[in-house]
Write a protein that binds this ligand. Structure first.
Ligand SMILES: [Zn+2]
Length: 382
């Protein structure tokens, strides 16, 4: 599950369905209706339909496949075997629970420590500099829905979602951050804030646990840490941290997803942490998406390559169904808003409209847009 399909364009599945799926309750149904009308208005404003974007992605996959297939089979086999080996290594070497991916399909930099680099990683990196390796990376990115035309279309849609949201309510603002941290990381995160409602940002600023913004080390993954270890906080006060990749770093050739994806994702976790009512709605969403109408819950299964488990079956990417209840039994986080922000505004996971190898998921798309458009942020509810 979750691996790129073979040569040729994948046929998008029909979206969330199946055994473990229940209808929404009244509050969520209202959010979904709001999100749906906002999505349709945005598509109209951008003069784009999800089918247009899917078609663009399929064309890019076909073109990239044809380009890659021109190389000799022995060379193509070597690159495919190296990828398979790195995938297996990644699956056998789970990352720490507090550290999470800023992009899927990461084959490079399983660990930040340079001494731990496998020779196959170095060989693949060297191959990726040649014309065949470049063709392979183009194909990989096309399957991820990150080809040039597809990315531009998803970006236009993201701009249109943003414009529609701004008609509904005040969006964006300044995030108060704890001193220290890093300026470029801070700028990256501040720029992603334009996609979050102003009242949510105000809630974060009023929250008792301040947040610092820094870069992750090379090869490490972006993260939101609810409790960070900072010597300056030795007085016993908790601090949280948003960790994002450094834009100046050489990213691996397979990862064309920008660091702004990570900023959207980790800010999603921050908002969830500072606004408990957001988390409550996310939990309601994930529960009905993983529970049959008979009440039977989908069993937890291991997530590919993460050393974690989740309810994977009904999401565009299994990571969205990650379960944190063991790591955080109280006030458990989810990946609903974080992954959703990445999908809608960072062009990840096929934009939830089925670009590339991902299934479309209007249920998630409308939920995230409805939440952004209509949820108060909890100040009144608490
Ligand atoms: Zn996350």
């Amino acid at each position: 599950m979750g691996q790129p399909a073979g040569a040729g364009a994948p046929t998008p599945r029909s979206g969330p369905a199946g055994q473990f799926m229940s209808p929404p309750g009244p509050e969520e149904a209202q959010l979904l209706a709001t999100g749906r009308s906002l999505a349709l208005a945005a598509e109209q404003a951008a003069a784009l339909t999800p089918a247009d974007v899917r078609a663009a992605a399929e064309r890019e996959i076909d073109e990239a496949s044809a380009l890659f297939d021109e190389f000799p089979a022995t060379e193509r086999n070597e690159i495919e075997e190296l990828e398979a080996r790195l995938r297996a290594l990644r699956d056998a070497d789970p990352v720490e629970p507090s550290v999470e991916p800023s992009g899927l399909g990461r084959l490079f930099g399983r660990r930040s420590r340079k001494s731990n680099v496998d020779p196959s990683e170095e060989r693949l990196r060297a191959l990726s500099l040649g014309s065949m390796g470049k063709a392979r990376a183009i194909l990989f990115n096309a399957r991820e829905g990150r080809g040039h035309a597809t990315s531009s279309a998803l970006l236009r849609l993201a701009e249109a979602y943003g414009a529609e949201l701004a008609e509904h309510r005040s969006m964006g603002g300044e995030l108060d951050v704890h001193e220290g941290g890093e300026e470029r990381a801070r700028q990256l995160v501040q720029s992603a804030l334009r996609r979050f409602p102003a009242p949510w940002i105000a809630e974060s600023n009023a929250f008792s646990i301040p947040v610092q913004i820094r870069h992750v080390n090379a090869g490490e993954r972006a993260a939101y840490r609810r409790r960070d270890d900072l010597p300056s906080m030795a007085a016993g006060r908790d601090i949280a941290a948003i960790l994002v990749p450094d834009v100046r770093e050489n990213r691996n050739p397979y990862d064309s997803g920008g660091p702004d994806r990570a900023a959207f994702h980790e800010l999603g976790h921050r908002m969830q942490h500072a606004n408990p009512t957001i988390g409550a709605l996310e939990h309601e969403h994930i529960r009905r998406r993983t529970t049959a109408p008979t009440g039977e819950r989908e069993p937890l299964t291991p997530l590919p390559g993460k050393g974690e488990s989740g309810w994977a079956s009904n999401f565009a990417d299994p990571y969205q169904g990650r379960d944190y209840s063991r790591a955080y039994p109280d006030d458990t986080p989810t990946e609903i808003l974080s992954v959703g922000m990445e999908a809608l505004f960072g062009g990840a996971y096929g934009g939830f409209i089925g670009a590339g190898r991902y299934a479309p998921d209007d249920d998630s798309r409308f939920f995230i847009l409805g939440l952004l458009a209509a949820h108060d942020g909890g100040a009144e509810a608490r």
